[in-house]
Design a protein around this ligand. Structure first.
Ligand code: PLP
Length: 392
């Protein structure tokens, strides 16, 4: 037996572990400090009561012999797949319930989908900066990675390259930059993928935050996407389900390579290696995606969005470049005075007792940038920005 030595290529310190370490070291040295965290992208407002109640009812069912359930279908209960189908139908997008699988959040699905692929000749395209999972799983698999620099010059949105590729990770709205594809710019990627035979893995985790009409909520709103794309949707940010763990993956019927249906392969993978998402969380998903659940979810997103102007006004007053916020929970800013990302992290922690996320943790092109999250209360965010304003 040989070990997968690709694991040695992973960075020693995972971004959020390092943030937690530096923060706890600081608290240890300064126990009196009142730290405000605008760092990790975790939700802070409780989940919709309609979803919580549905999960309580589902748990209650399991107590009684007449409503008790054993193993469920590996790919998801029909009621949950149908709830996702209806969610897409409300955006005017037609998806078969059979194309949807229900999982325990998309972190695992995005990583597990790589079981379907071996190494191609052309490599894997990954935007930089971006959510670190794509790079980490590609490294574990020993894939050849080609980074797509996302900079102020291209508004942090990558363009398709002139050369072919095998797999493409896209994240829109992007974590960390908040950059969001317009219909036109996403169409360019779909046309490229269809032309070169590549597959797009589309991370849609933040779509519910989109408020501009020229931005699609799904890659399947784009002509031709059904022959080249797989989409991952999460309830984590849509409905505050980060601890509940629920999400879905959509592999369209038309996605076929070398005569093989990727939907069939994904179903084979899931029915073999996964025993299905919990019944209780699937009832939670169903309720969260109901009309009432979505109303409550949108109110919660509205609470986070109230923090956006608190952050952006300070940055504007200080003449600091920023983007994001309109379609995502994150504000992406250039560190003042040419500071490097970790330097600014330490500076803010020390001088303002505020924790953010160093941009370089999302990739090389994130160096000199910084992410502030709106996942906090109005009061805390206001207080954090007042403190930041005094030191930048
Ligand atoms: N994709 C992106 C872009 C994220 O930012 C996150 C979590 O922060 C995830 C996926 C993970 O989602 P889940 O909680 O469904 O595993």
């Amino acid at each position: 037996m040989k070990l997968n030595t690709n694991y040695q290529k992973l960075e020693e310190n995972y971004l959020f572990t390092e943030i937690a370490k530096r923060t706890s070291d600081f608290i240890h040295a300064h126990p009196e400090a009142h730290i405000i965290k605008l760092g990790i992208g975790d939700v802070t407002v409780p989940i919709a009561s309609v979803a919580a109640d549905a999960m309580i009812r589902a748990t209650e069912e399991l107590k009684h012999p007449e409503t008790f359930r054993g193993y469920g279908p590996e790919l998801g209960y029909f009621f949950a797949r149908q709830a996702v189908q209806t969610y897409y139908a409300d955006y005017g997008i037609k998806i078969d319930a059979d194309e949807i699988t229900i999982g325990d959040g998309i972190g695992s699905d995005i990583a597990n989908i790589t079981d379907l692929f071996v190494h191609g000749d052309n490599g894997v395209l990954i935007p930089d900066p971006v959510y670190p999972l794509y790079k980490a799983t590609s490294l574990m698999d020993g894939q050849r990675i080609i980074y797509l620099p996302c900079t102020e010059q291209n508004n942090f949105l990558p363009e398709p390259p002139a050369v072919p590729s095998d797999l493409i990770y896209l994240c829109s709205p992007n974590n960390p930059t908040g950059a969001t594809f317009t219909f036109d710019r996403l169409q360019a990627w779909v046309d490229y993928a269809n032309r070169v035979g590549a597959i797009i893995l589309y991370d849609d985790a933040y779509e519910r935050f989109i408020e501009e009409d020229d931005k699609p909520h799904s890659i399947f709103a784009i002509d031709g996407a059904r022959t080249c794309a797989i989409e991952f949707g999460s309830l984590s940010k849509t409905a505050g389900f980060t601890c509940v763990r629920s999400g879905y993956t959509i592999v369209p019927n038309e996605l076929v390579r070398e005569g093989m249906s990727l939907k069939k392969m994904w179903h084979q993978r899931q029915t073999t290696k996964y025993n299905g998402a919990p019944y209780v969380t699937q009832r939670g998903l169903e309720a969260a995606l109901s009309a009432e659940g979505l109303l409550q979810a949108d109110m919660t997103i509205g609470i986070y969005k109230r923090n956006v102007p608190l952050i952006t006004q300070t940055l504007e007053e200080k003449g600091i470049f920023y983007c994001g916020g309109a379609n995502s929970p994150y504000i992406w800013l250039r560190c003042p005075d040419g500071m490097r990302s970790w330097q600014f992290f330490d500076y803010l922690l020390e001088k303002a007792h505020v924790v953010g996320t160093p941009g370089v943790g999302f990739g090389e092109y994130g160096e000199n940038y910084f992410r502030l999250s709106t996942f906090n209360t109005f009061e805390n965010t206001g207080e954090a920005m007042q403190r930041i304003a005094k030191v930048i």
